[in-house]
Each structure stands twice: as C-alpha cells, then as structure tokens.
Ligand binder design. Sequence first.
Ligand SMILES: Nc1ncnc2c1ncn2[C@@H]1O[C@H](COP(=O)(O)OP(=O)(O)OP(=O)(O)O)[C@@H](O)[C@H]1O
Ligand SMILES: [Mg+2]
Length: 192
Amino acid sequence: MNRLNRMVSDLVDMTRIELGRVELDTQTNDLRDLVIEADELFEDASPIHQLVMDLPPEPLMVCCDATRIGQVLNNLISNAIKYSPQGGVVELRAGTEGRWAWVEVEDHGLGIAPKDHLRIFEPFQRVGRKEEIPGVGLGLSAARRLMEAHEGRIEVESALGKGSTFKIRLPLRQKDEGPKGERPGASMDQRP
Ligand SMILES: Nc1ncnc2c1ncn2[C@@H]1O[C@H](COP(=O)(O)OP(=O)(O)OP(=O)(O)O)[C@@H](O)[C@H]1O
Ligand SMILES: [Mg+2]
C-alpha cells in the first residue's frame, strides 16, 4: 500500500473509532507480549532514542483486542519519540495494581502544560507549538476511545520541559472468564 492510501485508510479507521464503530476481536493475551511487539516495531525507528523495557516476570493476562491495544501502544511510543526531538530514553514499563494490568510509556521530552492534559485526548487537539512535528492529532483520542471500549483507562502525567508518562490500564482477566472475556451467564451481545 502506498503512503497516501495508508494515510487515508488510517484516517477512515480513526474516524470509525471516534464514532464508536469498532468491533473488538477480544482474546486472552499476555499484555507483556503486546509491549514486546510494540518495542520491536520501534526499536530502530530513531537513532537518537533508546527504548528500555521493564516487564514483570509473571504474565499479565487480559482480555483484549491485541491489534487495537497494539495500535494504542504504537501511538504512545511514536508520540514519546516525536515529542522528545532532542532524543533520549523512552521507558516501557508494565505491572499490576489491584484488579488492573497497566503499561506506562515515559519520555523525557517537551512535556505538556497542565492546562492541556485533558485537551490532548480530544480529536485534532495538537498543543504546545509543535506544528513542525508531523501528526494530525487523532492518536490519543482514538487511544482513549479504544481503552474505554475495553473498560480500561488512559492517563497522563507530564511537566513542561521535563517529559511525559502515559499510562494505560486494562482489567486483569478473572479466573472464571472465558477466553474472550465473557463471564458465565453473560452473553457477548450484552457487552458494550
Ligand atoms: N509524549 C508527548 N509529549 C508531549 N506532547 C505530547 C505527547 N503525546 C502527545 N502530545 C501532545 O498531544 C497532542 C495529541 O497527540 P496525538 O497522538 O493525539 O496526535 P499527534 O501525535 O499530533 O497526531 P497523530 O497521533 O494523529 O499522528 C500532540 O499533538 C502533542 O501536542
Ligand atoms: Mg500521536
């Protein structure tokens, strides 16, 4: 597929996500595998950035659409690289907290002013005079929609000039859940 076709189909996909018209193909996944895949994709993306992974020794089992969560992670890593134009370390961490599995992507780049911490999750909001850095401003709004569709969350902690940490959470798979996340007695049709 050429670049223009890819851009158009990405935009169509983002629009479908924004309108809530995505069907999740939910399977049981070890979230660590999705982080490793995303890391491999960006490993050689930039000569001035270094990706560092810190994953727990035990599996992080979640019910999710691996392609969609991969898309969220790819946008977070691509943002971490794009918005630290001076280069540096990008850290990928994962773990559990109560009933959640989480992944963090931390950079030491431009950072985001507190007044913009909510706005960046709205479509087409590009903040902080970053016009020279390519992007349309859809990655984070799509990420938020996709995390909500998974009954998960996305959060940011950031300080201008210091860097940013984006954290996604997914519910840990419960022991009585089927491979696609269905609980006994609940049908897929009742899921949002
Ligand atoms: N790691 C980060 N550091 C600093 N600013 C960020 C970071 N991630 C996102 N932003 C800010 O939030 C805005 C929205 O991010 P988002 O990923 O939605 O869009 P984009 O990267 O500009 O374009 P797209 O992802 O659609 O190609 C960015 O334009 C940027 O201003
Ligand atoms: Mg982006």
